[in-house]
Design a binder for this molecule. Structure first.
Ligand code: BES
Ligand code: MN
Ligand code: ZN
Length: 506
């Protein structure tokens, strides 16, 4: 897919499909008005006859029958103008590209709206186009759909430069997101811990960043008893993946830590059929971290970043860890494993301790950690918790600019009590209430007091339910959730610490 900037008037742009985003009740203003004029008023007529009002996600497609160079028009409703955010533009672009693909239209064009800074609009539109066109086709024989080849963004001459820069940045953000989706969508027989590690190494080599992979023997030497206990039920050996982006003028060290359970059966505390069905997605945190790391050399932020992804399979067997086992994590904490299905926090315990040992000054972890977080916030929103409100605030702002929903949950100290064991320092499960907080409070023990934020992405990492589906979130697919938030955060907070992004529309 190739993106270009053009200053041609929309009504004169030769293309298969001209996509016009229409705020509700503002149907014939801006580009739509000039297109209507060029068509001698028939756009106005069709809109009235079809009762198109610009309601969010509504569409109207029609042929121009050679009256103007664009062969077809697609109006996409943007909903209420007063509630318009850049994510509405991202979604409208995704609706546009989906229409183009299902009608086999290769060349599309979209005028920018001029309601937000050019770079924000262009970034949202380009991301929406790439993310909306995403399909996981690897294991499918036939393609019923066409591919969009050329995307023209129409703007004024003074904004061309800014739009070009935004296209490049957005393409990096969206490609990294699609890379994370591909990893999540791979079936668990293919994407084992060792395959995930191989892919991380391949991409690191391509992008010129460092990558070190540790196997079980090295993990034993480092004292990673918690990860090893999860891995011991599977014949697939665990991998501890460490990627490192080291720019010359680095000002600080940030560690990104991602949960990489390539399949979560629950272990001996085995899950139900329904509960287990989508558990190949339990490595979405690791996917987001690996994908974000892969994009850093192209974005070149002046931050030293460690990408850490512990990868294991959680299976029941004669060698599996049992409820009642006590293991020792890398930092010396002992953990009574009272539920083998609370495995994510076990592998993260060692990974967080490793990040601290490696000199991380700030730690952000992403994990499909608890079903409880999905109950609390639903399937489209991640929970964020941590020990540093400034870091949490900056991540929430970055997420908002990225169009990803993140909501802070409290960490009530009372809920740490049930995480204490009678006979070990901690236990890995503390009962059914406030599960997302209990998971986070457990993790907090391993960050050595460093500024730390935890994103529980169990809900938004994978589109399992209809209610989570969206123009750029196809059902049954990984979403790549977290990648764009991480990239926004790492590329903007260094010198814009106190500046609120204008993508902040909550
Ligand atoms: N991977 C699951 C959490 C999950 C559930 C992610 C549904 C995505 C969708 C995690 O390992 C898990 O099983 N968590 C348990 C923890 C409990 C045993 C303390 C849970 O949430 O039930
Ligand atoms: Mn589990
Ligand atoms: Zn899990």
């Amino acid at each position: 897919m190739e993106f270009t900037v053009s200053t041609i008037a929309p009504e004169n742009c030769p293309c298969d499909l001209l996509i016009l985003g229409i705020p509700e009740g503002e149907i014939l203003v801006g580009p739509a008005a000039t297109v209507d004029q060029a068509l001698g008023g028939i756009l106005r007529k069709v809109v009235q006859e079809e009762r198109f009002t610009g309601k969010s996600r509504s569409t109207l497609l029609f042929h121009t029958h050679d009256r103007i160079p664009p062969r077809r028009l697609l109006l996409v409703g943007l909903g209420s103008p007063s509630r318009l955010t850049t994510d509405h533009l991202r979604q409208a672009a995704a609706i546009g590209v989906n229409t183009a693909q299902s009608h086999h239209l290769a060349h599309i064009a979209m005028p920018l709206l001029d309601r937000f800074p050019a770079k924000e609009e262009a970034q949202a539109v380009v991301e929406g186009t790439i993310l909306g066109s995403y399909r996981f086709r690897k294991y499918k024989r036939a393609d019923e759909e066409g591919m969009v080849e050329k995307v023209e963004l129409l703007t004024t001459p003074d904004r061309g430069e800014e739009v070009n820069t935004a296209i490049r940045r957005a393409a990096i953000f969206a490609s990294a997101t699609c890379f994370a989706r591909d990893l999540v969508n791979e079936p668990p027989n293919e994407l084992t811990p060792s395959r995930l590690a191989e892919i991380a190494r391949e991409v690191a080599t391509q992008k010129g960043i460092r990558c070190t992979i540790y196997g079980p023997e090295e993990m034993r030497q480092m004292g990673m008893g918690a990860i090893l206990s999860v891995a011991q039920g599977s014949s697939q050996p665990p991998r501890f993946i460490v990627m490192e982006y080291t720019p010359p003028q680095a000002k600080r060290t940030v560690a990104l830590v991602g949960k990489g359970v390539t399949f979560d059966s629950g272990g001996l505390d085995i899950k139900s059929t329904e509960g287990m069905e989508t558990m190949k997605m339990d490595m979405a945190g690791a996917a987001a971290v690996i994908a974000a790391m892969s994009a850093l050399p192209d974005l070149a932020p002046p931050v030293h970043v460690l990408g850490i992804a512990p990868a294991v399979e959680n299976l029941p067997s004669g060698t599996a860890t049992k409820p009642g086992d006590i293991v020792r994590a890398m930092d010396g904490h002992t953990i009574e494993i009272n539920n083998t299905d609370a495995e994510g926090r076990l592998i993260l315990a060692d990974a967080l301790a490793y990040a601290v040992q490696q000199g991380a000054e700030e730690i952000i972890d992403l994990a499909t950690l608890t079903g409880s977080c999905i109950i609390a916030l639903g399937p489209i929103c991640a929970g964020i918790m941590g020990n540093d409100q400034r870091l949490i605030d900056r991540l929430v702002q970055a997420a908002s600019r990225a169009g990803e929903k993140v909501w802070q949950l409290p960490l009530f100290e009372e809920y740490f009590e049930p995480m204490k064991s009678e006979i070990a320092d901690l236990r890995n499960s503390g009962g059914r209430y406030a599960g997302a907080q209990k998971g986070a409070l457990f993790l907090r023990e391993f960050v050595g007091g460093k500024p730390w934020a935890h994103l529980d992405i169990a809900g938004p990492a994978f589109v399992e339910h209809d209610e989570a589906k969206g123009p750029y979130w196809p059902k049954g697919s990984g979403t790549g959730f977290g990648v764009r938030t991480l990239l926004e955060y790492l590329t903007s907070t260094v010198d814009e610490t106190n500046k609120q992004g204008s993508g902040e529309h909550r």
